[in-house]
Write a protein of this length. Structure first.
Length: 282
């Protein structure tokens, strides 16, 4: 498939008017590899290295592990589709850091493009990050919430779990590792109604909206208590909102796995590359 045709199809299917992002602002050290379009608007084709694309890899972050896995396949004329244009590590002074230059040079030589949809994939859709997580947890959709950069990042719905403890067990089973429960409210889930935002949703720009929907159980990714997040935890304690954390990577991985199905429908073989959750997120 022509690379430009694939890029255009992705734009048509996912980008809504007004969406914006700011990745390129923080990626100046690899600016020589960035496409003019990405420098301008921080979404879409990050590194335009291929004229034709015969296979797509998907991943949450373009980590060294992910890039090395692609290169080890000795493949050419391919694309790496990622949710984030940089790599997340909450243990570092700057939680996002840029792709490895040496590996980028090798991907350029092998004609392997890099494509990023952050806000467009966070938006509610068949392949969206939060919808994919909610579906994996068996949550019945009710409505969207949490406007974010002209996208709708959150889902409100109903779980079959009767208690927060039961939901916490289901969450751990679903993501495949231990999750974190901050039990700030009642154990019983009122009417089974919960809110979900994959990734870094434990934020004061989002959490107060839960009260407008009478939600007291909240599922998200990054939930650690830090200088940055102490205020939101204080708010959740005050308003008896239970919080469940599952890491940034794990909560957003479901969407990137689902994107393989999208590419397969376009006739492109696709594979998701597993990475490692950072448990300090919780």
């Amino acid at each position: 498939m022509k690379a430009t045709d694939l890029y255009n199809q992705l734009e048509k299917d996912f980008v809504k008017e007004g969406m914006w992002d700011e990745w390129a602002t923080y990626m100046t050290e690899i600016e020589e590899y960035l496409s003019p379009q990405f420098i301008k608007r921080s979404m879409g084709v990050v590194c335009d290295f291929a004229e034709n694309i015969n296979k797509v890899y998907t991943a949450v972050f373009p980590s060294e592990k992910v890039m090395e896995k692609i290169l080890s396949d000795n493949i050419t004329d391919a694309m790496l589709f990622v949710h984030h244009a940089s790599i997340w590590d909450i243990r570092k002074p700057s939680v996002f850091y840029t792709m490895d230059k040496t590996l980028l040079e090798k991907m350029k030589k092998n004609r392997i493009s890099v494509f990023c949809f952050h806000v467009p994939l966070d938006n509610y859709s068949e392949y969206g990050t939060t919808k994919s997580l909610a579906d994996a947890l068996g949550i019945e959709f009710e409505k969207t919430f949490a406007p974010y950069r002209e996208a709708m990042a959150g889902v409100i719905g109903k779980t079959q779990c009767r208690t927060v403890a039961e939901l916490s067990e289901l969450y751990t089973k679903t993501v495949g590792h231990q999750t974190k429960l901050y039990a700030y409210g009642d154990n019983e889930i009122k009417d089974g109604r919960v809110a979900v935002v994959a990734g870094g949703g434990n934020d004061m720009s989002i959490v107060p909206e839960l009260l407008d929907h009478d939600i007291k159980t909240y599922i998200t990714g990054v939930t650690l208590i830090s200088e940055y997040s102490k205020n939101v935890h204080d708010f959740e304690k005050e308003h008896c909102i239970n919080v469940l954390g599952g890491t940034h990577y794990s909560t957003e991985s479901f969407a990137c796995k689902n994107m393989c199905g999208y590419f397969e429908k376009l006739g492109l073989p696709s594979v998701f590359i597993e990475d490692t959750p950072i448990f300090e997120d919780m």
